[in-house]
Write a protein that binds this ligand. Sequence first.
Ligand SMILES: [Zn+2]
Length: 287
Amino acid sequence: MKIRFWGVRGSIPAPGPDTNRYGGNTSCVSVTSDSGGLIIIDMGTGLMHLGNTLMGREFGKGQGKASILLSHTHWDHIQGLGFFAPVFIGGNQFAVWGPGPYGSAEMLEDILEGQMDPNFSPLQTLKNFSATFEVKAAPCGAPFQAEGLTVTCREHPHGATTALAFRIEEGGKSFVYASDVGQPDEGAPPTPEAVEFYRGADVLLHDTTYFPHNQLNRRNRGFSTYEDAAAAAIAAKVKRLVTFHYDQDYTDDDVDALVSACRSWLDAHGGKEIELVPAREGEEITI
Ligand SMILES: [Zn+2]
């Protein structure tokens, strides 16, 4: 499977000369199966660029099909939707799997519909999409199939709410997406349930929003530090850790320093074998 990063920033887009190297778009990752099935994880502003790329393929002819896994509905995970060109092409088919935290598919659809309200968007309603756009409840607790890939999800704490983590598997390979992770007891070790979910992953993409001092300054926002991410990676014995969801105020040099500190923390706490890969817009990992 191929994992590609379209948006790696947290909370709000942060474009500009100081964020060019890692990118300023918010959360969006694509996963392509060995047979070409497409899963999109989160609909931050990076989704716009993914959509423009897809328009050069079957999605430009109304013959595209993809599943969208949505971790939660904070702005930085949904704001790309109205700018995702393939939803305006009739014949394309999208299934959005989401809403563990929201109780029902109807509630999730209402939230996405609210974003299209004329007060927020000229699109007015999801019904103006020409593509099929079906909102479904992700059945966490048991694996399900999406685009030929096996998906499992898990609800984790995220500030005053929760978000979904996703584990995607194909042919014995595994990719875990765990963004916007905040334990109620910030700085505590990862829970046994989280470790079990991440266990042995070929790639664990984990929220690394903060340096520890920033988590202390911004209590209860529901984000992880690089230490939280590294501790989870070590406990779960993953092969690769991907840093992700960088704080909007961090420059490229700040992110370089965060990644370097994360490497040192891994090395000092039994994680020397774990490869560390910083997520950057436009880069791709194959497993
Ligand atoms: Zn976020």
